[in-house]
Design a protein around this ligand. Structure first.
Ligand code: UD1
Ligand code: CA
Length: 457
């Protein structure tokens, strides 16, 4: 890595009207993370020491999102661009950050969630070699709408926006991705010379290319992969980018040793961690905050978020792990079980049709089918403690707060409201009554009544 200092200016003041959303565009998510969060992560991964977010519409929401990403060690400041007068004007909204003085200033767009950190590092490398401006170009299948890169003798002489292009220039297929690296010592001087005498009447960041050339500074273009240039404008594009992102993340996991039987049906989050030799069956959803260790099996149709599954455990099919679920080594969560804010200790089993919420299930305990922890009384949530080796009979309701002792035995169909000591046997149900012959008598009586009614009516 370089020892050059770096600021990344992230432009996110766009209206995003085509998203047709109350939410600012850059807060729409890919892989469970806000688009601008992906861009921030890419900039940090490329070595940015500070991030300057330029926001307009929905500034407060973007600010509060950015705050959730604070504490990563990278300084971040928010700048509000009051009027949307163009990309150069937007960068200048972060003048205070730029003037702190960095070797490299990266300019990226907040709606480019697939931005590759390698592309940013490459642009910075061009500055380290002496360029004043390094532009990342790409070759879109259809260049319409993009700024064209005009090169001469291996140097980039201008970027022409489509609306300002001649017919000849429109034929150029090498386009501006939007990513630019500017040598910090020239940045403000170049930006301050940008004028708005163009078709859109905007202050174009791209004009610094011609300005730098007039000053005999070195300006270069290099080619980036097309993904880094993908900007999201509507929900259809959002879904396309999601698909690309998912495919990449799945592949990354598979190459690290995770088996995905039908990868296209497994949905991952930006922070999903899965250990080697874990098998993920088809149709599994990983919301944010999930860590699965190695040698685990996640059976089909399971839904996990903010949960941990330790080595050798099994989950599903049709299981739901909600926030705070911790399934420890070799524990088993079976079909139609929901686990929330509960720790299932090693070798414990919750095999069928249970709700375990706000609870601890001790090591090796067995939870019978249909067991419910009644954790909510309409006002507050209460804890259930089940000791190691306890046996909870099927269809039991454990009314929290309650403790079932180590090795205790709970009879099927119990409704328990009081603690059960270790090794005790608890019944929480009415006793069974059986009356010989009375079934037959009842049937005869009912038949006679029905016959009487029919002849009478
Ligand atoms: C821009 C580039 C174009 C490039 C294209 C790639 C300029 C002048 N043109 O065009 O060469 O091919 O991106 O997608 O830079 N923004 C602000 N404040 C503003 C204006 C824009 O924050 O005042 C932000 C937008 O939110 C967006 C980004 O800057 O994230 C790009 O702006 P946009 O208007 O979409 O630029 P394009 O016309 O697409
Ligand atoms: Ca655009």
């Amino acid at each position: 890595m370089t020892d050059r200092t770096c600021l990344a200016v992230i432009l996110a003041a766009g209206e995003g009207t085509r998203m047709k959303s109350a939410l600012p565009k850059v807060l729409h998510k890919i892989g469970g993370l806000e688009m601008v969060g992906h861009v921030m992560a890419a900039a940090s991964a490329a070595g940015a020491d500070a991030l300057a977010l330029v926001v307009g519409n929905g500034a407060e929401l973007v600010r509060s999102f950015a705050e959730t990403r604070a504490g990563t060690g990278t300084r971040q400041d928010i700048f509000v661009q009051e009027e949307r007068l163009g990309t150069a004007h937007a960068v200048l909204a972060a003048r205070a950050a730029v003037s702190r003085g960095y070797d490299d200033v990266l300019v990226v767009f907040g709606d480019h969630p697939l931005l590759d950190p390698a592309v940013l590092r490459n642009a910075r490398a061009r500055l380290a070699e002496g360029a004043a401006v390094a532009v990342l170009g790409f070759r879109p299948p259809v260049p319409t709408g993009y700024g064209r890169l005009i090169e001469k003798d291996g140097r980039l002489v201008a970027i022409r926006e489509e609306k300002d292009c001649s017919e000849e220039e429109k034929k150029i297929t090498f386009c501006n991705s939007g990513v630019m690296a500017i040598a910090g010592r020239h940045a403000l001087a170049l930006l301050d010379q940008v004028k708005n005498d163009n078709a859109k009447g905007e202050f174009y960041l791209t004009d610094i290319v011609e300005i730098a050339n007039r000053q005999d500074l070195v300006v270069v273009a290099s080619e980036a992969g097309n993904e880094s240039a993908v900007g999201i404008n509507n929900r259809a594009e959002l879904a396309e980018a999601e698909a690309v992102w998912q495919q990449k993340k799945r592949r990354e996991l598979m190459l690290s040793g995770v088996t995905l039987i039908a990868p296209e049906t497994v949905f991952l989050s930006h922070d999903t961690q899965i250990g080697a030799d874990t098998v993920i069956e088809p149709n599994v959803w990983f919301g944010p905050g999930v860590r699965v260790a190695s040698g685990v099996r996640i059976h089909a149709f399971s839904h996990l978020e903010e949960a941990v599954v330790e080595t050798g455990a099994a989950v599903g099919p049709f299981a739901r792990l909600r926030p705070g679920a911790a399934v420890m080594e070799k524990a088993k969560i079976g079909n139609f079980c929901e686990i929330k804010n509960a720790r299932i200790e090693p070798d414990a089993k919750v095999p069928h049709l249970s709700y375990i919420g706000d609870a601890t299930v001790g090591a090796g305990a067995n939870i019978g089918a249909g067991t419910i922890t009644c954790n909510y009384d309409g006002f507050g949530k209460h804890h259930t403690e089940i000791g190691a080796g306890a046996f909870i009979g099927t269809n039991s309701s454990l009314v929290a707060p309650i403790t079932i002792g180590t090795g205790a035995y709970v009879a099927s169909g119990s409704v328990l409201t009081e603690n059960v000591p270790a090794d005790a046997l608890a019944f929480g149900r009415a006793r069974q009554s059986t009356y010989e012959e009375r079934g037959k008598m009842l049937r005869e009586k009912l038949a006679a009544e029905k016959a009487a009614k029919r002849s009478g009516g």
